[in-house]
Design a protein around this ligand. Sequence first.
Ligand SMILES: Nc1nc2c(ncn2[C@@H]2O[C@H](COP(=O)(O)OP(=O)(O)OP(=O)(O)O)[C@@H](O)[C@H]2O)c(=O)[nH]1
Ligand SMILES: [Mg+2]
Length: 493
Amino acid sequence: MASRFVDRVVIHLAAGNGGNGCASVHREKFKPLGGPDGGNGGHGGDVVLVVDPGVHTLLDFHFRPHARAGNGKQGQGGHRNGAAGEDLELRVPDGTVVLTEDGEVLADLVGAGTRFVAAKGGRGGLGNAALASRARKAPGFALLGEPGEERNLVLELRSVADVGLLGFPSAGKSSLISVLSAAKPKIADYPFTTLVPNLGVVSAGDTVFTMADVPGLIPGASQGRGLGLDFLRHIERCAVLVHVIDCATYEPERDPISDFDALENELAQYTPVLGGDLDSRPRVVVLNKVDVPDAAELAEMVRPDFEARGLRVFEVSTATHAGLRELTYALGQIVEEHRAAQPPPAPTKVVVTPKAVDDGGFTVEPDPEEPGGFIVRGAKPERWVRQTNFANDEAVGYLAERLYRLGVEKELARMGAEPGCAVTIDGVTFDWEPSTPGVVEALTGRGSDPRLEDRSRTTAAERKEARRLRREGTGPDLDTPNDEESGTEDADE
Ligand SMILES: Nc1nc2c(ncn2[C@@H]2O[C@H](COP(=O)(O)OP(=O)(O)OP(=O)(O)O)[C@@H](O)[C@H]2O)c(=O)[nH]1
Ligand SMILES: [Mg+2]
């Protein structure tokens, strides 16, 4: 059994990149003017966390914190789409909590088979076949695949054990787990010897249960004193709580009853992060160190007080092993009862990362670092930039057209952008050259008078001229929205 228990780990995930789309033109003997036949790139693989009941610790991630899923393949000519990249599945223990590095809980993975897409693969780029439209019969470009999502996430294991040990520092918690299981935690006569929880597996006849040794608890722990909150986080999902009480302490202010009450008070003040209440968990009192004569006497004395509160009491010595057998079997029985009462945990159906809502909108803001410059933000414009091969003028033209149709140019003009100013989208900076008649008019002041409003629209004559230029392969596409591509736009979402 693992003698070391890693309960919190930061992992670095990279989903697969999408494959690039292919720009290709069908060639056949005697048919020189074949259509575009470049296939789409495959989607990049996701990194997925999957609950596997056979995995009990996060230890593997401690040693291998980096994970990368497969890239999508490029599209090819002859309408051949690239293969999707393979998903990478990472096996995690039941009860793994996934957080951002800022501590925001993204998912609480409970139940065998529960899956969580931790990093999403990039979309494959459309090939030129898919980009063809009435207005653009043979696109000489394709879209790039998008990079896969890269993310650092924190994994925490909180549902660590059936039995959680509670106690003041040096009460003998680590000693207890070391004699009941194969775990070999550090034991010493100074407080806070245990800094990270130790997990041990205890056998009581046919019942096998896990026991978590956690850092010592002191009054004020629920406010973060000592190692308090760390400790409490671990106790949250233990089915049975065991108070390990030091009956041989020399500290004058302490005695078994007040120790018990002080820790119960801390538990009461702690609000479980994951919900559920600690109040209803069965409790057991372990009076430790009865090999010390004074301690044995004290234990005898306080036993009736605990029993009067309806608690089961065990007098033990981890030094001489007195009382341990009885304790082990009693705990096994309580764990069994708890398990029987528990419905089997159903896999959490779908756990979705709460992403920012993609409303298809965008914002334009002055660039704080670039006087006269602007930053455009929004899921679509940013994605489109990532999909653009800037070495290909036609691809750049297509990007300009998409931005125009979304209304980005108009908004820039409205915000007072001057031609030639720096516009940044997703880290790429352009010299903005408004190319569209409506925008140019808005810039020169025409159309600012409400009576002239409809002049800012593309006129039929302008459209005709634009078509002519496009046929000659020189001018930008100036088609009005909805005129083309309503089909490919979907593939694009
Ligand atoms: N005489 C005697 N000493 C014990 C017994 N159990 C533990 N001790 C001693 O008590 C001291 C503290 O034991 P630990 O097991 O480290 O205590 P802990 O509760 O894990 O302490 P923290 O990790 O600091 O919270 C050590 O010096 C142990 O040897 C016992 O049954 N009898
Ligand atoms: Mg300890």
